[in-house]
Ligand binder design. Structure first.
Ligand code: XUL
Ligand code: CO
Length: 433
């Protein structure tokens, strides 16, 4: 037992009318939703970086959080792990996620940094055996250290490419050792600030090679998890090569990786790309690359990645509707890539932020499941495209422009538009959310 969460009880489901702040009102792990336990649908993960490594800075001020585990020694890293696993137990989350930089101090050399990671990996392994939470994914931080200011895989300096590749190897080893369900790559600085000093042809080729090397290594070590890429536009470099789902899919296809790599899709990143979260999820599902989600909420007024905890049930419901339509998660899950506001200083803030977010997701999931079970939305969609089911229409797709034109003339065709019935469908959705 660490001191940090000492006064906080383990949370339990108490039903929608519960008044206790430290309770779940909607997240009931064993409740069956569409034939699957709610816990197994949502597959919640706490992220290490925002909850345990982020000091609370913003562009005008630095650290606001004072945590006993902030510091650069392995003792700090172990205290951080003790506290993190205590929080996983209080929340009852089945998974967690981390970057190497979140969990171990950087050493004086690559070898020492690797030893630190290996040591903390064994520390995690022992804790995971004791208290259960599994690893949803591991990843490498290839963006914070100044060596990565011009990118990792896309860096003009081949030594930095090499350093990044070696680092990813150590992080894949750690993820494999801990039985991770996925391995994530976010192109933290894979993009550019100005074309004046950038050879984008080279940079994209480097990135394609890097990702291919990751996939080869996965097969070499027998890692059974999924390799995921996380799209995000504009931030931190102005032009990111992994802008959104469509861009990432084109990139994967170009390097022959679309069957090997899936996507980790984040709400805030979707919003920054000018999309809705459900658009990104539906597109990924349609392209066969929906892997996992980073759940949060982006502020609609700020132009940067604000990583709020999710609290908008209707939006979350539409997101899980797409996840459920795609058949639900396999190796993926719901990672809270979300951070406290910087004035939320207390231990209980961390717990209640996650508890509230878990309830919001549970409500969203239940609403999405009810919408699917009701079936009216899917029936309306099917009816809208019903014309395409006729055999002569399918034959048209196999013909050519001249034959189609001749057929239009022969039939004296004068097609009349029909209503898209958007408001009717929106009203339908509002009955569930
Ligand atoms: C950054 C972000 C990352 C990735 C993992 O915006 O979302 O935390 O999820 O590197
Ligand atoms: Co993320």
């Amino acid at each position: 037992m660490t001191e940090f969460f000492a006064d906080i009880p383990k949370l339990a489901y108490q039903g929608a009318d519960a008044t206790d702040a430290f309770a779940f009102r909607h997240y009931n792990p064993d409740e069956m939703v569409l034939g699957r336990r709610m816990e197994d649908h949502l597959r919640f993960a706490v992220c290490y970086w925002h909850s345990f490594a982020w000091p609370g800075g913003d562009p005008f001020g630095g650290q606001t959080f004072q945590r006993p585990w902030f510091g650069d020694t392995m003792d700090h890293a172990r205290l951080k792990a003790d506290t993190a696993f205590e929080m996983f137990r209080i929340l009852g989350v089945p998974f967690f996620c981390f970057h190497d930089a979140d969990v171990r101090p950087e050493g004086a050399s690559f070898a020492e940094t690797t030893r630190n990671l290996e040591e903390i990996t064994e520390y995690f392994a022992a804790k995971m055996e004791e208290s259960g939470p599994k690893l949803l994914w591991g990843t490498a931080n290839l963006f914070s250290n100044r060596r990565y200011m011009a990118g990792a895989a896309t860096n003009p300096d081949p030594d930095i490419f090499a350093y990044a590749a070696a680092t990813v190897k150590t992080c894949m080893d750690a993820t494999h050792r801990l039985g991770g369900a996925n391995y994530v790559l976010w192109g933290g600085r894979e993009g550019y600030e100005t074309l004046l000093n950038t050879d984008l042809t080279r940079e994209m080729e480097q990135m394609g090679r890097f990702l291919s090397m990751v996939v080869d290594y996965k097969h070499k070590i027998g890692f059974k998890g999924t390799i995921l890429v996380e799209p995000k536009p504009q931030e931190p470099t102005k032009h990111q090569y992994d802008y959104d789902v469509a861009t990432c899919y084109g990139f994967l296809q170009r390097f022959g990786l679309e069957k090997e790599v899936k996507l980790n899709i984040e709400q805030g990143h979707a919003i920054l790309a000018g999309h809705s979260f459900e658009h990104e999820l539906a597109l990924a599902a349609s392209l066969g690359v929906l892997g996992s989600i980073d759940m949060n909420r982006n502020d609609y007024q700020c132009g940067w990645d604000t990583d709020h905890f999710p609290n908008n049930v209707p939006e979350v419901a539409l997101a899980y509707y797409e996840v459920l339509r795609a058949g639900g998660f396999t190796t993926g899950g719901t990672n809270f890539d979300a951070k406290l506001r910087r004035q939320s200083l207390d231990a209980e803030d961390l717990i209640l932020a996650h508890a509230g977010a878990m309830d919001v997701c549970a409500r969203g999931l239940k609403a999405a499941a009810a919408m699917l079970e009701d079936g009216k939305l899917e029936a309306a969609r099917a009816a809208r495209y019903a014309g395409w089911d006729r055999p002569e229409v399918q034959a048209m797709l196999g013909s050519d422009l001249e034959s189609v034109a001749a057929d239009v003339l022969a039939r004296g065709l004068d097609p009349q538009p029909v209503s898209g019935r958007q408001e009717r469908l929106e009203n339908l959705v509002n009955r569930f959310v």
